[in-house]
Design a protein. Sequence first.
Length: 123
Amino acid sequence: MRTLNIRHPAMRCVAEALLDLFPSGADISEIGTDQKPCLFVSWRTSGVAGHPGNIAWGVHYRFETEALSLFDLATEPAQQQFCERVRDMSRHLKFNYADPDAVSLLIVDVPAELVRFSMEEAN
């Protein structure tokens, strides 16, 4: 398993839930500030410059600060459900490796409402 240097339990839980969705060489890092915490997953595909495949790819997960606070208050089942919900959102991301003009950076917003919904369902 890759080493994850992620401080916040919510982001660590999400990162662990995402590991197998991205290439094995992908880096998962905590970025941003305490007011705007984020996870960034990045990887590169091989290829020749100017041709399909030679692209750096990434997914930027932006967490609402309140989501992290609520996660700390949630029960273990609610926390796991939240992480699975973020994973489900990530399953639908599309990367077109064959297109040299492809969008290679995607953004996933993680709202506090996702934690609230997980807490309600777990209770």
